[in-house]
Design a protein around this ligand. Structure first.
Ligand SMILES: NC(=O)c1ccc[n+]([C@@H]2O[C@H](COP(=O)([O-])OP(=O)(O)OC[C@H]3O[C@@H](n4cnc5c(N)ncnc54)[C@H](OP(=O)(O)O)[C@@H]3O)[C@@H](O)[C@H]2O)c1
Length: 282
């Protein structure tokens, strides 16, 4: 990589951000396509988020990824956001077009591309068991609703969060039945598992250091598929258990890859070199 006076700057805003795989993924892609660009990580304290966002314009930074804890709060400092970001209520990508900052949520498209690629799943007409009601679940719910899922069960440890997520989406998608349940409601959880074509984990459970949630996967119909957004470890307990039952199951590394690829394409207008980006994060 040859950094010089014309090099375009991209980066990620987070706090903390030292663990992020995005610099590795994007710099490998820039290098592969011989683009005069560099991607760096910015650890931004929440108290200075507004001035940091203004500095994107000041320093002519061309594009920024946004991660925890800024994905929602940063919206008020932007000039506009895309329709899927509006539904999600969070952004993870900013494009700087001559000082005009627009926010996008590439987790939505990243999830859709990941389930298509890994599991050959198109959510249209499917009944989906969605575990979680945080930021990632919102992005998945946006993707499922926009693509015309038939029925969605939102299961969460904190019932109130599932209820408020379901009611927010019912306003936008009145044609899709969305049912919120508590994880403790074993009857509703069992019934929902039995009816689901696709089971998605959008909670942090199963991450290194956090126990997996015990679900009766054997109740899933034989052709159901499982997607776990967690990618550390690469193969979570949920994915392992699903495979043991003979179900197709995949972990979240592909979503990480494809949300990055979509950001890259928004910034550069080039097709993302998926193979190189995948190698970098693997
Ligand atoms: N593959 C990807 O590209 C990708 C993209 C985004 C996120 N993710 C992953 O998705 C996960 C969730 O991220 P997020 O941004 O949505 O976080 P978040 O907004 O903090 O939400 C966390 C969710 O997990 C639930 N949860 C946490 N610990 C739990 C436990 N021990 N048992 C049961 N439920 C638990 C929470 O339930 P309560 O509401 O009850 O607290 C909530 O629904 C993380 O592991 C993240 O790394 C992956």
């Amino acid at each position: 990589m040859n950094i010089n006076a014309t090099t375009k700057i991209y980066g990620i805003f987070g706090h903390p951000v030292g663990h992020s795989l995005s610099p590795l993924m994007h710099n490998s892609a820039f290098e592969k396509l011989n683009l005069d660009c560099v991607y760096v990580a910015f650890d931004i304290d929440p108290e200075v988020l507004g001035s940091a966002t203004s500095a994107i314009r000041t320093f002519g930074i061309r594009g920024v990824n946004v991660t925890i804890p800024h994905k929602e709060k940063i919206i008020s400092f932007l000039d506009g956001i895309s329709p899927e970001a509006t539904l999600t209520g969070a952004i993870n990508t900013i494009v700087n077009d001559n000082g005009k900052l627009t926010g996008y949520n590439t987790d939505v498209g990243g999830f859709l591309r990941a389930i298509k690629d890994d599991l050959e799943v198109n959510p249209k007409g499917l009944r989906v068991f969605l575990l979680g009601a945080g930021g990632a679940a919102r992005a998945v719910l946006t993707a499922l609703s926009m693509k015309g899922a038939k029925e969605i069960y939102i299961i969460n440890r904190t019932l109130e969060k599932a209820v408020s997520l379901a009611s927010a989406f019912k306003k936008h998608f009145p044609q899709i039945p969305i049912f919120p349940y508590s994880l403790d409601d074993s009857q509703a959880v069992g019934k929902s598992i039995k009816s689901s074509d696709l089971l998605v984990n959008a909670t942090s459970s199963g991450m290194e250091g956090i126990n997996s949630i015990n679900l009766k996967l054997e109740l899933l119909p034989k052709k159901s598929k499982i997607y776990d957004l967690v990618y550390k470890p690469r193969e979570t307990g949920l994915v392992k258990n699903g495979k043991t039952l003979g179900l197709r199951a995949s972990g979240g590394l592909s979503m990480l890859l494809y949300q990055g690829a979509e950001s890259f394409e928004l910034w550069t207008g080039e097709n993302a070199p998926i193979h190189v980006m995948r190698q970098a994060i693997e």
